[in-house]
Structure formats: structure tokens, C-alpha cells
Design a protein around this ligand. Structure first.
Ligand SMILES: [Fe+2]
Length: 340
């Protein structure tokens, strides 16, 4: 490879790394942006950015630089999992229900800066490629630059609207930011549906049922956790929560479903953060007969019971007694234990 080509490869590789980083930034922005035109714009540009990354990669390969360094990084973070993970990074004050509008506006301003940088990057690549006689790369850079220019224009159009939302929320006390409609919340719900579908399938394939059901992740808990951070006192499964002492709360915790425990856990962490309460919750949350149990219907559990051993049936009986008290499930567990 001659010096001219090396320079082109260097610039393209930098642009490639930048697009990959942007994929992650866009995902975390989508995670904290409620449904609406700005979110749609981000989602569209996420797809566009992935295609740009591919196009640059292909060009680099043609230029003899398609090796591992370039292709390695793309992975898990580009999937829906990335969005769900981003919940963990959502700033706590945002999750507490204040400042959401302002955070989205700030993200949008950052996105403008990012797009401007990309426009400059592709302008430089185009000129460089032209001057070293690489028409193919010049064409690619011009085409990507046009996409970035459109994106910048569209974000700029969103800015006044996003600012109006800040004025309404922060100055007029009329918040429109809805955590439950953010990309992260929607990703969690989708994951929940997928997990439930998987569980149902597992239940119908009799033999390995109980083993498979064990693998279903506790999506209800994540969902509860997310709801808890925006919950107010009256949303909790324990009435007059704020007036109760830690001891009184601890006495009421057994018997509460996992999703509600998760909600209380988040609420407690944000408010009084008493270690005694949190410790009791975490010991109760480990109690499910298998992970994901709480998301199953009574019929699902009974189907598993028909296939499982005594130990598992005993665990189900104890858990139901302590938490959910579903007569049909307890009867089925009992039957399993007496016929065995
Ligand atoms: Fe881009």
C-alpha cells in the first residue's frame, strides 16, 4: 500500500471507530428518550449509522484493511440488550422523575455537535480521496456526509420543541417526561414478552420443562425495579409505607410478589434507604423456586409441577404459602408430593 492509500485508510478507520462509538451513544440516548418524533429520529439514525459503519468497513476491506481491528468491536451493544443495559446508566435524578426533559434537550444538543463533527470528518475524507485519485472513497464520503447533514438539520428542528417541554416541566410544573415510554422501558417490556413466550414453549415441551423454566430471567423483577423508581407511596403494595417503621415494613414483606418487592426495593433506595429493609427484601427476592417463577401463570406452574421432583414441588408449596397463595398451585404441589 502506498502512502496515499495509507492516509485514506487512516481517515476511514477513524471515521469507522467514530460511527461505532456513535452507535452506543445513540442507543443510550434512545434508552432515556420517551416515545415521540425525537426518538423516532434517533432510531432512524441508529439504523443509518449501522449502515454507514458497514459501508466504510466494506471500503476498507477493498483497500486491503478489512482485518480484525476494524470488524471486532461490533456486537452485543448493538442489539436490544444494549438498550436494556442502558437503564443501569440512567442518571438517578432522571429516574426519580425530574429533569428528564432537560436531559433529552442536552442530549439533542450533544447530538448536533456530534453530527457537525461527522460532517467535517467526511468533508475532509472526500477532499483527501479526490486529491489522491480515489474516486470510490470520495463518493462514499460525500454520500455519508449528506446523510449527516440531513440528520443535523432534523435535530435542529427538534430543539425548539424539546425546549418547550423543558419550560413546561421545569417552569410550569407540567412534566411530560414518561419513564415508562422510554426506549429502555420498552426494551424491558419486549424482553419480558420474549421471556414469557420462551417459558410457555418450555412448559409445552414436557421433559426438560422445569430445567428450562429455571433459565428464564426474572424480567418481572427488572420491570418492578423500573416502576419503583418512579413510584409514589400509594403505588406500593404496602399501604401507608412512609409512616411505617423499618420493623413494621419488614413484618409485611413476606407474602409480597417479586415484582412488588422489586418496586419497594427501588422506592426504599431512593427515599429512606434503610439497610435493614433492603436486606430483608434481597433475602426474600432470592426465594423464587426458579428464576422467572413469578411471571408464570398458575397453569404454567402446574404444568411444570407435573414434571418435576419432590424438592421442587416442596419449594413451590413453600413459596406459594409465603407469597402468592394460589389455591390451584398449592393443591397441585400437594398432589405431586402425596402421589410421589
Ligand atoms: Fe454517521
Amino acid at each position: 500500500m502506498n502512502k496515499d492509500q495509507q492516509k485514506v485508510v487512516q481517515y476511514l478507520s477513524e471515521a469507522h471507530a467514530h460511527e461505532q462509538a456513535l452507535t452506543r451513544v445513540l442507543q443510550s440516548q434512545i434508552a432515556m428518550t420517551p416515545r415521540g418524533s425525537y426518538r423516532t429520529l434517533l432510531e432512524t439514525h441508529l439504523d443509518e449509522t449501522r449502515r454507514q459503519t458497514d459501508r466504510i468497513e466494506r471500503r476498507l476491506r477493498t483497500l486491503g484493511q478489512g482485518g480484525n481491528a476494524v470488524t471486532a468491536v461490533v456486537g452485543v451493544m448493538q442489539s436490544v440488550v444494549g438498550q436494556a443495559l442502558a437503564i443501569g446508566k440512567t442518571p438517578i435524578d432522571l429516574v426519580r422523575g425530574s429533569g428528564g426533559e432537560e436531559k433529552v434537550l442536552k442530549n439533542a444538543k450533544d447530538a448536533c455537535a456530534t453530527e457537525a463533527l461527522e460532517i467535517a470528518t467526511y468533508t475532509a475524507i472526500e477532499r483527501l480521496a479526490e486529491q489522491v485519485g480515489d474516486a470510490e472513497t470520495a463518493k462514499l464520503a460525500a454520500s455519508i456526509r449528506a446523510e449527516e447533514e440531513r440528520m443535523l438539520e432534523r435535530i435542529l428542528k427538534e430543539i425548539p420543541k424539546l425546549t418547550t417541554a423543558v419550560v413546561r416541566a421545569d417552569l410550569r410544573g407540567d412534566s411530560s417526561y414518561d419513564l415508562t415510554s422510554t426506549g429502555a422501558a420498552e426494551a424491558v417490556r419486549e424482553a419480558g414478552n420474549a421471556a414469557r413466550a420462551t417459558t410457555r414453549k418450555a412448559v409445552s415441551t414436557a421433559k426438560r420443562t422445569s430445567r428450562q423454566a429455571r433459565k428464564v430471567p426474572g424480567v418481572a423483577q427488572v420491570e418492578g425495579q423500573l416502576k419503583g423508581v418512579v413510584a409514589s407511596e400509594e403505588d406500593l403494595a404496602i399501604p401507608r409505607y412512609d409512616e411505617l417503621t423499618a420493623e413494621e415494613i419488614i413484618a409485611k414483606l413476606p407474602g409480597i410478589a417479586q415484582i412488588e418487592l422489586a418496586k419497594i426495593d427501588s422506592y426504599e433506595r431512593i427515599n429512606q434507604n434503610r439497610s435493614t429493609v433492603l436486606e430483608r427484601i434481597s433475602s426474600l427476592r432470592g426465594d423464587e423456586p426458579w428464576t422467572g417463577y413469578d411471571e408464570l401463570t398458575a397453569a404454567d406452574v402446574i404444568a411444570v409441577l407435573n414434571e418435576c421432583d419432590d424438592d421442587r414441588a416442596r419449594e413451590v408449596r413453600e413459596y406459594e404459602r409465603a407469597h402468592k397463595n394460589r389455591v390451584s398451585v398449592m393443591k397441585a404441589a400437594e398432589r405431586e408430593l402425596t402421589t410421589a
